[in-house]
Design a protein around this ligand. Structure first.
Ligand code: HEM
Length: 530
C-alpha cells in the first residue's frame, strides 16, 4: 500500500515543482515592467494566440492595440517579446546579431547544437554561418541572370496551361498552377533537373512536399508547452517517418537520388546549388542519416558526431546528410512562399482593376509578346516592382518566422534581455501602421507607396516580408525575379478579374509557418486581344 502512496506523493511533488518553475518563468516580463496578457501556468498564452476566430498574427496585432508597441507573452514557459519598435528591431536583427543569431525553436526540430544534421533554417552560430556561406553563391546577380531564361520557359508553360483553361471558359484557382511553376523553377535552379510539376501536378515529390508543408505546421505547437521534449520527439518522429516513408523522408530520398545522379554528371556551368554543395562535400562521410534517429543511438553517436562536426566545421565541408537536408529546405522554403505571394498578387490586381491597368500599360509599352525577359528588362519596370512590394506589405506571408532568440543575455536600448527570450517582429502591425504608410489608408492596395522617393524615406526595417539582417531570406532576390517574370507575362496575356468564387475580402489561414489565402485564389482570366 505504501508504494502507490509514495508514487502519488512523488507525482504531486513533481507537478508542484513544475508549477513553481513555470510561475517563476512567467514572472520575467513583470520584473522587466513589460505589459502583456496574463499567462496560464501551463500553456502560457498559446490558447489565446490561436483560436477558432483568430490567427496568430491577428492576436499579435490585437495585443499591440491593448498593450502598446512592445509587450510580452508566453508560449508554454518561453518568453516572447513582441515589438513594432523599428529601432529596437534594428538593434536586435542587425547591430547585435552576434547575440541574436538564433530563431525561436520550431515546434519540432532537431537539436541545433548536438544533432549531427541540421538545415540552415534551424542551425545556429558557426554552424548556421557555414551552411549559409556555402549556399550564398547560388544567389549572386550572375546566377540570377543565368536563371532568367529557364524562368521564362517555365512561365510560358504556365501561360499555356492557363490559356487552355480559359478557352474552356473555366474560372481558375491559380494557386496550384503557381505552385507547380515554383517547383519546376526550383528543381532546375537548385538541382538542375526537370521536375515537371506543371505537367503532372500529382508527382510523388510534389505530393510529398504539399503534405510536408501541411503537416509540419502548428499542429505540433503543443511541443512549445514541453520544450524539454521537443528534440527527443523530433528524433522519434523522424525515425518513424523513415519506417513509414512519410513525406519528409520521401523528399530526402528524392534529393538523395538527385545527389547520386549529379555526382555522376558533375559541374554545370555556372554551378547550381547542388553542385556547390557537392563541391563542399566532405570526403570522409559520416555514414547514413538513419544512424542518429533512435533515442539510444543519439546518445551513443553524439560525442563521436560532435568531434567529427568540429573537424568538418573547420574545413567548412558538408556531410552527405546535410546536403540532403539542405535540399529539402530549399524545396520547401521556396515552393509555397513564392507561389503564395503570386496568388496574393492575382487577388490584389483582380480587385483593383485600375492598378492592374497601370501595370499592364507599363508592361505593354516595354515588352513584346512571348519575349524572353532579361534580368535588365525586368528591373526596368518600376510599377511591377511597386505592385509586388505592396502585395508583400499587405500579405506578409512569412511574418511569423521573423524572430530572433537571445543566445547571450544583454541590454538592448536600455532593456535587459535574458538568454532564451525570443524577440518577435510584429510584422503585420508594422505593415499596417498608418504613421509609416499613410496618408492613404494602409488597408488599401496602393503600389504608389513604393515610389523611389517614398522608399528612400522609409525606415530600413519598415518593410519586412523577407526579414532583416544577416539572417534574412536567402532567396529574396531569386523570389522577386521569378515573381516579376511570371507576373509580367501573366498580365501581358490575361486580364485578371474577380468571379463569383473570388472571396472578397480574402480569407487567410496559417499553413506550416506561412500565412496563405484559404483555399487558394479563384479568379477569371480573360485573354487580352493581341
Ligand atoms: C516571396 C517568396 C519568399 C518569401 C516571402 C520568403 C520569406 C522568408 C522569411 C520571412 C524568412 C525569415 C527571415 C528572417 O528570419 O529574417 C525566410 C528565410 C529563408 N528563406 Fe525565404 N522567402 C521567400 C522565398 C524563398 C526562396 C525562393 C528560397 C530558396 C530558393 C528561400 C529560402 C529561405 C531560406 C533558406 C531561409 C532561411 C535563411 C536563414 O536562416 O539563414 N526563400 N524567407
Amino acid at each position: 500500500m505504501w508504494i502507490p502512496t509514495a508514487l502519488a506523493g512523488v507525482a504531486v511533488l513533481m507537478v508542484f515543482a513544475i508549477y513553481r518553475d513555470r510561475k517563476k518563468k512567467h514572472n520575467i516580463f513583470r520584473k522587466l515592467g513589460i505589459p502583456g496578457p496574463e499567462p496560464h501556468w501551463w500553456y502560457g498564452n498559446l490558447k489565446q494566440l490561436r483560436s477558432q476566430t483568430r490567427l496568430a498574427h491577428e492576436s499579435l496585432d490585437e495585443w499591440s492595440r491593448v498593450y502598446g508597441t512592445t509587450y510580452g507573452y508566453y508560449e508554454g514557459p518561453t518568453a516572447i517579446l513582441v515589438t513594432s519598435d523599428l529601432n529596437f528591431l534594428k538593434s536586435v536583427f542587425i547591430k547585435n546579431f552576434n547575440k541574436f543569431h538564433a530563431r525561436k525553436y520550431f515546434p519540432l526540430q532537431p537539436n541545433p547544437v548536438t544533432h549531427p544534421v541540421c538545415s540552415m533554417v534551424v542551425a545556429e552560430g558557426q554552424r548556421w554561418k557555414r551552411l549559409r556561406n556555402i549556399s550564398n553563391p547560388s544567389f549572386t546577380s550572375s546566377k540570377l541572370k543565368h536563371a532568367t531564361k529557364m524562368m521564362n520557359q517555365k512561365s510560358e508553360k504556365l501561360l499555356q496551361k492557363l490559356e487552355e483553361l480559359t478557352k474552356k471558359g473555366e474560372v481558375c484557382n491559380i494557386q496550384p498552377f503557381l505552385q507547380g511553376l515554383a517547383m519546376d523553377v526550383l528543381g532546375e535552379a537548385a538541382f538542375g533537373i526537370d521536375l515537371n510539376a506543371q505537367g503532372d501536378t500529382h508527382t510523388p515529390l510534389l505530393s510529398a512536399i504539399r503534405k510536408f508543408v501541411q503537416q509540419n505546421g502548428f499542429q505540433f505547437e503543443f511541443m512549445a508547452v514541453v520544450p524539454e521534449l521537443r528534440f527527443r520527439v523530433f528524433d522519434v518522429l523522424f525515425y518513424l517517418s523513415k519506417i513509414l516513408s512519410l513525406p519528409d523522408w520521401q523528399i530526402i530520398e528524392a534529393v538523395g537520388k538527385v545527389l547520386e545522379m549529379r555526382r555522376e554528371q558533375p559541374q554545370r556551368n555556372p554551378p547550381d546549388l547542388m553542385q556547390l554543395m557537392i563541391d563542399a562535400e566532405a570526403s570522409d562521410d559520416h555514414g547514413p542519416l538513419e544512424i542518429a534517429w533512435t533515442t539510444t543511438a543519439i546518445r551513443r553517436v553524439t560525442e563521436i558526431e560532435r568531434s567529427r562536426h568540429a573537424a568538418e566545421l573547420a574545413k567548412k565541408k558538408l556531410t552527405t546528410d546535410e546536403i540532403k537536408i539542405q535540399g529539402l529546405l530549399f524545396l520547401v522554403a521556396g515552393y509555397d512562399t513564392t507561389s503564395t505571394v503570386l496568388s496574393y498578387c492575382a487577388y490584389a490586381l483582380a480587385t483593383n482593376p485600375e492598378k492592374q491597368q497601370l501595370l499592364f500599360d507599363e508592361i505593354n509599352q516595354n515588352i513584346e509578346f512571348e519575349e524572353n525577359l532579361t534580368y535588365e528588362m525586368v528591373h526596368a519596370l518600376p510599377y511591377l516592382d511597386m505592385v509586388l512590394r505592396e502585395t508583400l506589405r499587405m500579405y506578409s506571408t512569412g511574418g511569423l518566422v521573423i524572430n530572433r532568440r537571445c543566445v547571450e543575455s544583454c541590454t538592448i536600448n536600455g532593456l535587459t534581455i535574458p538568454e532564451g527570450m525570443v524577440i518577435q517582429a510584429n510584422v503585420w502591425n508594422i505593415h499596417y501602421d498608418p504613421d509609416i504608410w499613410g496618408p492613404t489608408d494602409p488597408t488599401v492596395f496602393e503600389p504608389e507607396r513604393f515610389t523611389a522617393e517614398r522608399r528612400a524615406e522609409l525606415h530600413p526595417l519598415a518593410w519586412l516580408p523577407f526579414g532583416a539582417g544577416p539572417r534574412n531570406c536567402i532567396g529574396l532576390r531569386f523570389a522577386l525575379l521569378q515573381a516579376k517574370i511570371v507576373l509580367a507575362k501573366l498580365i501581358k496575356k490575361f486580364r485578371i478579374v474577380p468571379c463569383q468564387q473570388t472571396k472578397v475580402p480574402i480569407e487567410l489561414e496559417e499553413k506550416s509557418t506561412i500565412i496563405s489565402p484559404k483555399g487558394g485564389v479563384t479568379v477569371e482570366l480573360q485573354l487580352r486581344e493581341l
